[in-house]
Design a protein around this ligand. Structure first.
Ligand code: PLP
Length: 374
């Protein structure tokens, strides 16, 4: 039922060297994970994140799974993570037998409320998962300080943060391991794809092995450990190289779009807009989120229905982990409440934010939001 003038929530920009590099793959016959673009893309992404190693995988969820396994997290362990995030963050923590421990969100940045982390630390805490949400980084130094004092690992999920910095240092450069996603709505896309970056030789080696079924160099089909096939293809990495060449242009474009939306919504009652900046970063507006005030009768679901009827594609905010039926059914998080995350889910959604979005489209989106709120 998609109308011609429907504004999709995301449309990527693929008008650089994507076509040329893909044709190189086809003409050379290098289409599998063995092709040369994979190691080039690993080197370029890890350099961009100030990391020694990059391990390309098939998606951002796989990157998180491999990272959790590589850190050796398992039964007896607790991992502190935000309540307000994507399900990808929690899957392997649970499958490993470890216990996820949730922290509520900051009402303005929507990131994990760093000042609530320490109260969650127990003798079993092994790691903190730091997930940067929607365009602003977590207060990294505060998390690293807690981790240092309590001797905890830090895993950084930078899936939404390509090209973003924290106090001038790149997102993806913090903690033991960082992960990226290259899904089409991310700032660099490979269609599907992900990467783990790290400075730690052993962790990088472990991720490499886990990605490739833990085949062994000497006795290929004899396995000491269970891995997965998480390999990225040369075709995906070719796209990634073409995209990465334009990352500075993409982040500038996202920031300009964010500023333009903020202008268009200025003075609108009933709406909370993304913070333009914190004292450690300027918003990169990976997506442009809106949170309806409690005084607004509509919830996000109804607002999105009305916007869809006006040809505007939106997406709900994340459903918090403690409200996930699949996790509640496992007996997790019973009786727990994270009021900020709950409100963000009830009242929050994001509007079209893709790199291909045009000025007239943004004006139409803003007009539709104004109509719906009236
Ligand atoms: C997109 C995303 C992921 C998952 O990446 P996929 O490539 O879709 O598997 C993980 N974490 C965050 C924060 C994301 O935004």
């Amino acid at each position: 039922m998609q109308r011609n003038d429907f504004i999709a929530v995301n449309e990527p920009l693929l008008d650089g060297n994507e076509r040329q590099y893909l044709l190189q793959c086809i003409d050379s016959g290098w289409i599998s994970s063995e092709g040369p673009f994979v190691s080039q893309f690993e080197a370029a992404m890890s350099a961009r994140a100030n990391r020694r190693w990059g391990v390309a995988v098939c998606n951002g969820t796989a990157a998180l799974d491999a990272a959790i396994e590589a850190l050796g997290i398992g039964p007896e362990d607790e991992v502190i993570m935000p309540a307000f995030t994507i399900i990808s963050c929690i899957g392997q923590i649970i499958r490993s037998g470890a216990r996820p421990v949730l922290v509520d969100s900051d009402p303005l940045s929507w990131n994990m409320a760093v000042e609530r982390i320490e109260e969650k630390i127990t003798p079993r805490t092994r790691a903190i998962m730091m997930v940067h949400i929607y365009g602003l980084p977590v207060d990294v130094d505060a998390v690293m300080d807690i981790a240092r004092r309590h001797d905890l690992c830090v895993l950084e999920d930078a899936a939404e943060m390509h090209g973003q910095t924290y106090r001038g240092r790149p997102c993806g450069s913090f903690g033991d391991l960082s992960t990226f996603s290259f899904y089409p709505n991310k700032l660099v896309t490979t269609g599907e794809g992900g990467m783990i970056v790290t400075d730690d030789d052993a962790l990088a080696q472990s991720c490499r092995s886990l990605r490739n079924l833990c085949f062994q160099p000497q006795a290929r089909f004899v396995h000491e450990r269970l891995g997965w096939n998480l390999r990225m293809t040369n075709l995906q990495a070719a796209l990634g190289m073409a995209q990465l060449e334009r990352l500075d242009e993409f982040t500038a474009r996202k920031r300009a779009m964010g500023r333009r939306y903020t202008q268009l919504f200025a003075g609108r009652a009933g709406l909370q807009l993304p913070l333009a900046r914190t004292d450690y970063a300027d918003n990169v507006y990976w997506v442009y989120g809106l949170v309806l005030d409690e005084s607004v009768q509509l919830d996000a679901a109804e607002a999105m229905r009305r916007l869809a009827a006006r040809g505007i594609g939106c997406r709900p905010f994340f459903c918090p982990m403690h409200q996930q039926p699949v996790l509640r059914a496992r007996g997790l998080f019973s009786g727990e409440s994270y009021p900020v995350a709950e409100r963000l889910y009830r009242k929050g959604f994001y509007i079209p934010s893709g790199l291909a979005l045009t000025e007239p489209q943004m004006e139409r989106v803003a007009e539709a939001v104004r109509d719906v709120l009236q």
